[in-house]
Design a protein around this ligand. Sequence first.
Ligand code: CA
Length: 132
Amino acid sequence: MPDINYLLGPNRQMPLDESKTYELNIHPGYRVKLMFGFDAAHENTIILYDEEYNEAVKRDNRNLGNEDWISQKNTGSSPIRLFLTAWNKNPGDNIIRQSPYRELSLSRENSYVQVGFEDATDNDYNDAAVMI
Ligand SMILES: [Ca+2]
């Protein structure tokens, strides 16, 4: 992961925690499709960053919704690196935090992976989820 000092997250006030950031690659000749889901009372935002930490996709369980996203085809010769993050706002203290992730499932052919994010302490990792 590149060295960064950007401030990210929904309010652009948070440093990136690399241990809570899932890297995905678009390999040459491929595109990727992401499907988003939320099952949370807290406000959750999923943000996919490109390698320069510009927002490539943003979805949430408030205004933005969870519409699928399909990337452009990678017509280059090297993988395109993307960084998947989720952020949650706890209504108790109104502070936005970066959510930890866990790989929930991986298909046998590695044709898809499901990544879940946790916004509290029950560790079900379904508060925000992405199928890649
Ligand atoms: Ca949870």
